[in-house]
Design a protein. Structure first.
Ligand SMILES: [Mn+2]
Length: 320
C-alpha cells in the first residue's frame, strides 16, 4: 500500500496545529482499534499534545495491556477538542459518539479518518482509507514512516497487536507479503510477540469456552452451505459469559469444511441483534451483504446490528 505524500502531510499539518486531540476507537473495541489508538498516543504524547483516548464502550483491561495508563474515556467534552482522529471505524455508527455529539462529523472540527474498511465512505475532513491494508495499524506504520517518526519497541508492539489480530495470527487471506515484511520490521524494532499471543489467543475463560460450546451446539449448515449459529441471552446466562466473550467464536465456525460463509447472530441484551460474518471466498462480498442490513465491514469479514430478538424457526420439507 502507498499513502500519497500530500495526504500524510495534510494529516501531520492538522496534528501540528492542534493542541487537544481526541483519538476515537470504534464501538465494541478490538485489538486493531486499541492498538492504533495507543500507538498514535505514544507518537503524539512526545509532541506535547493533550490527548483523550475515547471509546463509547468500556475497553476491557485485557485490551489495554500495551499501555500502563491508557486513559480510555467513555465520554469527553467536544468543546475542549480541536482535532478528532478516528481509528479503524468503518462508518459514523462505528464512531458511535455521534449520538452524544451530532456535530462531531459536521466538519467544524477537523477529523482525520484512518481506516481500512471497504465500506468506509470517507466521513473525515482528511481521509486515510486503504481497504487493501490488512489492519489500521499497518496504515499507521506507513504513516509514521512518512512522518519520519522513530518506531520504538512500545509502538511496534501496539502496531503488531492490530496486525496480528486482524490477520487472525497471519491465517486470513489478507496476510500479504507486505504484512510479513512489516511484521518482521516491527519485531526488529523490538515488538514483543509473546504477550500479544498470550493476550489474544491464550486468554479464554472457562465461561467463554462454555459459550463457544453453545455456538457449536446451535450451529447449522444451510442448503447453501452457510454455517450459521444463533446465540440468545439464555445461552449467555447459562454459560456465565460476559458480553464480548463471543469474539473469536466466528473463526471456529469458519473452519467448517466447504462453507460459503459463516454467521453468528446474537442478542446483545439491549434489544439488538449483532451479526458477524466471515468467508474465505474471493468472490463473496460480505461487506455488501452486511450493507443490506445497515452494516458494513470488509469483503471477507463484516457485521451488522439490528433491533430485535432472536426466534428459532423450524422448517420441514417433504421430498418426493
Ligand atoms: Mn481493523
Amino acid at each position: 500500500m502507498h499513502i500519497p505524500e500530500k495526504l500524510s502531510f495534510e494529516a501531520l499539518d492538522e496534528i501540528t496545529k492542534a493542541s487537544t486531540i481526541v483519538i476515537i476507537s470504534h464501538r465494541s473495541p478490538d485489538a486493531d482499534t486499541i492498538g492504533s489508538n495507543l500507538a498514535l498516543r505514544h507518537i503524539l504524547e512526545k509532541q506535547g499534545k493533550k490527548l483523550i483516548s475515547a471509546c463509547v464502550d468500556a475497553v476491557p483491561n485485557s485490551l489495554t495491556f500495551l499501555h500502563p495508563d491508557p486513559h480510555f474515556q467513555q465520554s469527553f467534552d467536544l468543546n475542549t477538542v480541536d482535532l478528532i482522529i478516528c481509528v479503524d471505524s468503518g462508518s459514523p455508527s462505528q464512531v458511535a459518539f455521534i449520538k452524544e455529539y451530532p456535530e462531531l462529523l459536521s466538519g467544524k472540527i477537523p477529523l482525520i479518518n484512518i481506516d481500512h474498511h471497504a465500506s468506509n465512505e470517507g466521513y473525515g475532513t482528511t481521509n486515510l482509507v486503504y481497504p487493501e491494508a490488512a489492519s489500521t495499524t499497518l496504515i499507521l506504520y506507513f504513516l509514521f514512516q512518512a512522518w519520519d517518526e522513530k518506531i520504538t519497541a512500545d509502538i511496534a508492539t501496539c502496531l503488531l497487536y492490530g496486525l496480528y489480530y486482524d490477520t487472525g495470527s497471519f491465517m486470513h487471506s489478507n496476510t500479504t507479503e507486505e504484512v510479513y515484511e512489516v511484521a518482521g520490521q516491527l519485531i526488529s524494532s523490538g515488538a514483543k510477540l509473546e504477550p500479544i499471543i498470550k493476550n489474544l489467543f491464550h486468554s479464554h475463560t472457562v465461561e467463554q469456552l462454555r459459550l463457544f460450546g453453545k455456538v457449536f451446539e446451535n450451529a447449522e449448515l444451510t442448503a447453501k452451505n452457510i454455517i450459521i449459529a444463533g446465540v440468545k441471552q439464555e445461552d449467555m446466562a447459562e454459560s456465565g459469559a460476559k458480553s464480548g466473550d463471543l469474539s473469536g467464536a466466528i473463526d471456529y465456525l469458519s473452519m467448517v469444511k466447504n462453507n460459503t460463509f459463516a454467521a453468528i447472530i446474537s442478542e446483545d441484551g439491549k434489544g439488538h441483534i449483532r451479526g458477524s460474518l466471515r468467508t474465505k471466498h474471493d468472490d463473496i462480498n460480505l461487506s455488501e451483504i452486511a450493507g443490506l442490513l445497515n452494516g458494513g465491514g470488509h469483503k471477507k469479514a463484516s457485521g451488522f446490528t439490528l433491533d430485535g430478538t432472536l426466534e428459532k424457526e423450524v422448517r420441514w420439507t417433504i421430498r418426493k
